[in-house]
Design a protein around this ligand. Structure first.
Ligand code: CTP
Ligand code: MG
Length: 232
C-alpha cells in the first residue's frame, strides 16, 4: 500500500467575483456547467490532490453558506470554510488567507473559474513548492502573435517564445504568501506578483489547456463540451 501522504496543503479558492463578462445572471462560481455549479467542478479538481487538507472559499457577501454547501458536497471529506470576499481578487485571497491555520505548510490559490484544471497541474505546483520554490505558477505558451503598443502610437512584435500565459493554481510556502500579502504591493495583480515584489523568484511549471479560465459565454461553450466528454 502506498504511504498516506500528510495533508499539508491548504487551497484558497477566490470565488467572490460577480462574473460580469460571463453575464450568467448569478455570480460566476454558481453558474451551471454540466448540471453543477462551476465551483463544484473547481473543488473536485482540487481535492483530487491527496495532500490537500483544507479548502477556504472567498464568496460574495451573503453567499458564504450556500457556496460552502456546494463545495462540501463534492470535497470528499476535506474541510471547507467560506469567508466573505473583497472588492478585488487580491483582497478576496487575503481574507481567505487570514483563516488558514499556521499548521499548513503550502498554500495554493486557485480561481474557481479555472474549474477543469487537471490534477497533474495541481500536483506539479505542490511538488515544486515542496522542492523549495517561493512561488510557483503554471504557464502555457502564448498562441497569438503579440504586438506591444508604443507611446508614439506605433507598435512592435514581441518575441512570443519568451512569453507564458499564467494559470492557477499558484502555490507558495504559507509564510511567504503571508509576507507577500502583508506587504501588499499595489502593482501586483496576482499572488505570484506579490511574492515577486518581495524580490523572490517565481517558478513556472507546465500548465494545461484545460486550466483555461471561464471568462465569457464562449469559454462556457468549451467547458460544457469538455464536461460532456466531447473533447476535440
Ligand atoms: N474574484 C474574487 N473576488 C473578486 C474578484 C474576483 O474572488 N473581488 C475571483 C473570481 O470569482 C474568479 C477569479 O477571482 O474565480 C478570477 O476572476 P475573474 O475571472 O475576473 O472573475 P470575475 O471577477 O467574477 O469576472 P468578471 O471580471 O467578468 O466580473
Ligand atoms: Mg474580474
Amino acid at each position: 500500500m502506498a504511504p498516506v501522504e500528510p495533508r499539508t496543503v491548504a487551497a484558497i479558492v477566490p470565488a467572490a467575483g460577480s462574473g460580469e463578462r460571463l453575464g450568467a445572471g448569478v455570480p460566476k462560481a454558481m453558474a451551471p456547467l454540466g448540471g453543477q455549479p462551476i465551483l463544484a467542478h473547481a473543488v473536485r479538481a482540487l481535492v483530487a490532490e491527496p495532500r490537500l487538507g483544507l479548502l477556504v472559499l472567498a464568496a460574495p457577501d451573503g453567499l458564504e453558506e450556500q457556496m460552502a454547501g456546494v463545495a462540501a458536497a463534492v470535497a470528499g471529506g476535506v474541510p471547507v470554510v467560506a469567508v466573505t470576499g473583497g472588492a478585488t481578487r487580491v483582497e478576496s485571497v487575503r481574507a481567505a488567507l487570514e483563516v488558514v491555520p499556521e499548521s499548513f505548510e503550502v498554500v495554493l490559490v486557485h480561481d474557481a473559474a479555472r474549474c477543469l484544471v487537471p490534477v497533474e497541474v495541481v500536483a506539479a505546483v505542490v511538488d515544486a513548492v515542496l522542492a523549495g520554490a517561493p512561488a510557483v505558477v503554471p504557464g502555457q505558451p502564448v498562441v497569438d502573435t503579440i504586438r506591444e503598443l508604443s507611446e508614439q502610437g506605433g507598435s512592435r512584435t514581441v518575441d512570443r517564445s519568451r512569453l507564458r500565459a499564467v494559470q492557477t493554481p499558484q502555490g507558495f510556502p504559507a509564510d511567504i504568501l503571508r509576507r507577500a500579502h502583508a506587504s501588499g504591493d499595489p502593482r501586483a495583480t496576482d499572488d505570484a506578483g506579490l511574492v515577486e515584489a518581495l524580490g523572490l523568484p517565481v517558478t513556472l511549471v507546465t500548465g494545461h489547456p484545460r486550466a483555461f479560465k471561464v471568462t465569457t459565454a464562449l469559454d462556457l461553450v468549451l467547458a460544457e463540451a469538455l464536461v460532456a466528454g466531447q473533447e476535440a
